[in-house]
Design a protein around this ligand. Structure first.
Ligand SMILES: C[S@@+](CC[C@H](N)C(=O)[O-])C[C@H]1O[C@@H](n2cnc3c(N)ncnc32)[C@H](O)[C@@H]1O
Length: 418
């Protein structure tokens, strides 16, 4: 049964929740496999190994795995675990992998990355020792490279793997006195994600641009797959629908603003023009998300013929802000001005959802000045607990923001229970 190491992106808790929602964790009864099995969460068969890497037992093999890894967006690379040792890693621990496995089939480059509790000085002397060893064995192999670097970015990994080189990741975790050695098998196509965010025809800071990766993560949190049907009732420029198209899901989008809908249409059509999808399956229409869906012709027909598998949306975040809010009172006012939209929307769209269907949405959270610094105000989403239950993956807070963000996004996952 293979064990994979996932390298989590900038928003660790969200990336981890995405993997738990997809549910790749499987385990057989082979108790001899490892001595650290009891550290794995029995429900998901995963373990947060170090600050930003996760181990998952899975049941699928290399070739198919590639396709599956591309479905998720929150982790930037995945490596297969080849060895674990119960001590701080020593150069001789990787000799067998290097000499027996990698060298006979490599071109001429090997990347050595270090993660977890490894100091740069240790990484540097480790690399030196490996270089010495290779020289001694008369191998003309290049070990990248800069001795002070502890690990390399995705661009380097991509390049080396493309040149038929290899990447070894060495993670040492002090807490468990455990070293994990893994070989990178898949790396995220970072150019694709840049293209989706920056080359699409319609972009607009005022409407707020949901990052494409977050849109994909939200669809995964909603368990959307090929052929499922979902609705984004605050569609804006269509970022979530675009991701729905890449997943080959039936995607419905609506907005209160007719002009925005035309712009979303252009973005979605661009996917086809750019050759990123081979066909489109979507519908866009004008609709106020607070209204009763049974009063809308198309929604009425959808409700009659099977309803949606999920609603995935970035709700209205309010007026854009350039400066942090002056105090908590201002922040509360900003929330009150949009809270009723969420309340009405969650109440009225219930009939459009199947029982068990999920609502995955971004709710605004606000940064305000306090105690000479800043604090976050994270509002509670107003939903009826008799109708929805909140899904928790226990991976930490699902907040998405950067250093200078004023209005951040909190990801909430609800499930219709009645
Ligand atoms: C934050 S934007 C969504 C941006 C979108 N996720 C994207 O990436 O382009 C919110 C959208 O909600 C729309 N909106 C605001 N109130 C609405 C309502 N009551 N019903 C439907 N749409 C509404 C706005 O027109 C705006 O396009």
């Amino acid at each position: 049964m293979p064990l994979f190491q996932f390298f989590l992106g900038s928003h660790r808790s969200i990336s981890w929740a995405e993997l738990r929602a997809i549910g790749w964790g499987k385990r057989d009864e082979d108790k001899n496999a490892l001595k650290i099995e009891n550290l794995f969460d029995p429900r998901y068969n995963d373990l947060l190994l170090s600050k930003d890497t996760l181990l998952i037992w899975t049941h699928f093999d290399g070739k198919k795995a590639d396709e599956r890894f591309s479905k998720q967006a929150g982790s930037f690379k995945v490596a297969r675990v080849h060895k674990m040792v119960k001590r701080k890693i020593q150069p001789e621990d990787i000799q067998d992998i290097l000499l027996d496995r990698l060298l006979p089939e490599t071109s001429n480059k090997i990347v050595l990355n270090f993660y977890g509790d490894i100091e740069p000085i240790y990484a540097s002397s480790f690399r030196k020792e490996i270089k010495r060893l290779l020289k001694e064995k008369r191998y003309n192999i290049k070990i990248l490279g800069d001795m002070k670097k502890i690990n390399y970015n995705t661009a380097t990994t991509t390049k080396v793997l493309r040149q038929k080189g290899h990447e070894l990741n060495i993670t040492y975790v002090k807490q468990y006195n455990l070293s994990v050695i893994s070989l990178t098998e898949w790396v995220q196509d970072y150019r694709l994600w840049e293209t989706l965010d920056f080359e699409r025809p319609e972009r607009d800071m005022r409407i707020g641009m949901l990052p494409s990766k977050l849109a994909r993560i939200m669809l995964n949190l909603a368990k959307i797959d090929k052929n499922s049907g979902f609705w984004d009732p605050f569609v804006g420029l269509g970022t979530i629908i675009m991701q729905g198209q890449l997943l080959e899901a039936y995607s419905y989008g609506s907005d209160i603003d007719q002009e925005v809908l035309q712009r979303a249409e252009r973005n979605i059509a661009w996917l086809l023009k750019r050759g990123l999808v081979s066909e489109l399956r979507y519908r866009l229409f004008r609709f106020d998300a607070r209204q009763d869906p049974r009063k809308h012709k198309m929604l009425r027909s959808i409700i009659r013929h099977g309803r949606f598998d999920a609603i995935v949306t970035e709700g209205y975040l309010g007026e854009p802000q350039v400066k942090p809010f002056a105090n908590k009172k201002h922040v509360k006012k900003a929330w009150i001005s949009v809270a009723s939209i969420y309340k009405e929307f969650l109440k009225n769209q219930l009939p459009a959802l199947n029982i068990g269907a999920r609502v995955v949405l971004c709710v605004p959270m606000y940064r305000y000045k306090a105690d000479g610094g800043y604090r976050w105000f994270v509002p509670k989403l107003p939903y009826n607990a008799n109708r929805y239950r909140e899904i928790k993956y226990n991976t930490g807070k699902l907040y998405w923001y950067h250093k200078d963000t004023i209005i951040g996004r909190k990801i909430v996952i609800l499930e219709r229970i009645k």
